[in-house]
Design a protein around this ligand. Structure first.
Ligand code: PLP
Length: 379
């Protein structure tokens, strides 16, 4: 099986497995005896390593169970910490972890407003909505479906003028682009281990000391009380080791994957008629989102699966539900076109031979899916 769904999850690195196994016999890091102190020191090392890699202070690193949890804690917590503001600003292309979280705040009186995107899938005119202060602004760094990179500097600069805290969902970016939290000027930032070959079920929220998100979970005082609960020491150590390895390989890997993406894009355009590329130029090297009008995305995925390729239509969380992607609709892709979309994403295990094999079978898969698509339209 050739794997083209790295944006959903990336195969775990060897260093992740080894580190996890090595650290898995540690005890509760809150224990005051030697065994506890030893676990604590492993956790402290992991925290320091993550902080050094992400340009923040160790105290700003909060281990969570996922990117989704980190997004929830940040957005809910910042909203509740700023009781005098009702407005929550985000974008129409966020992952469900942010989009649904922002929408759920309506139950607490929030006025949720969405920044629009251009037909390239890039957020535009952030200064408009951000000219007045809001409880919180949340924006992704790179879109999980198209890979489009967002104008974070502009967003953070506009929000800073009115003192609006900014949460950055950097889940797709960690391990691919350099992250310097202090230089970025955001209030909080979320990443997730399984997107860069780290452990599944471990995320990190970077949270400035002030303004800090109010605690939305209650329990012990772990992780500054912002994420109470016994920390998974082995998971934290494995996360740090994976991020360190991804960081060392980052520049060479992104250059290599950028070339593979260009090979994929240009061959698709040369061998298949009537194709729409939804990934803009300014995007991650790993993502190519492409629509084949006349196809149903689900048919394409099933056909490619039968040919030995794992691909996706969009966000994995939306799979199983046959509808056009909210992200593509927001960037103006017509619904009928958006339904015939493939998200092809690559990572450190992808080779040129994988890409060559994929482009060889794609024309056949698209032709078959178009026949099936037309059959269903004429029924
Ligand atoms: N944010 C983005 C942009 C994502 O791509 C994902 C996962 O697909 C998440 C948040 C959620 O991360 P996790 O799977 O760790 O909960």
């Amino acid at each position: 099986m050739l794997y083209f769904d790295h944006a959903a999850t990336t195969p775990m690195r060897e260093i992740t497995k080894q580190t996890w196994l090595e650290m898995s016999s540690h005890y509760n890091p809150a224990g005051q005896y030697g065994l506890g102190r030893r676990a604590r020191s492993v956790l402290d090392d992991a925290r320091e390593q993550v902080a050094a890699l992400l340009g923040c202070e160790p105290i700003e690193v909060i281990f969570t169970s996922s990117g989704t949890e980190a997004d929830n804690i940040a957005i809910r917590g910042l909203y509740h910490s700023r009781a005098s503001y009702q407005r929550v600003i985000t974008t129409s292309i966020e992952h469900a972890a942010v989009y649904e979280t922002a929408n759920s705040l309506r139950a607490f009186g929030a006025d949720v407003q969405f920044l629009p995107v251009t037909d390239n899938g890039i957020v535009h005119d952030p200064a408009g909505l951000l000219s007045q202060p809001a409880a919180v602004m949340s924006c992704m760094w790179a879109n999980n479906e198209t890979g489009a990179l967002q104008p974070l500097e502009e967003i953070i600069a506009a929000a800073t003028v009115t003192g609006t805290p900014v949460h950055v969902d950097a889940v797709q970016v960690a391990g691919k682009l350099a992250i310097d939290f202090a230089a970025l000027g955001a209030t909080t930032l979320a990443i997730s281990g399984h997107k860069f070959g780290g452990p599944r079920g471990v995320g990190v929220l970077i949270a400035k000391r002030s303004p800090a998100p109010a605690a939305v979970l209650t329990g012990g005082g772990q992780e500054r009380g912002i994420r109470p609960g016994t920390v998974d020491v082995a998971g934290a150590a494995a996360f740090a080791a994976a991020l360190a390895e991804a960081d060392t390989q980052r520049e060479a890997e992104q250059a290599r994957l950028g070339q593979l993406k260009e090979l994929l894009r240009s061959t698709i355009l040369a061998t298949i008629d009537d194709v729409r590329i939804n990934t803009p130029e300014h995007s991650l090297a790993t993502h190519l989102n492409v629509s084949f009008p006349g196809c149903e995305g689900d048919s394409l995925i099933m056909l490619l699966d039968s040919f030995g390729f794992a691909t996706a239509t969009g966000s994995a969380c939306a799979n199983g539900v046959n509808r056009a992607s909210r992200v593509l609709l927001a960037q103006g892709v017509p619904e009928a076109v958006a339904r015939g979309t493939l998200r092809l994403t690559m990572g450190y295990t992808t080779t040129q031979a994988d890409v060559e094999k994929l482009v060889e079978v794609l024309p056949k898969a698209v032709a078959l899916a178009r026949q099936a698509g037309m059959a269903s339209h004429t029924l």
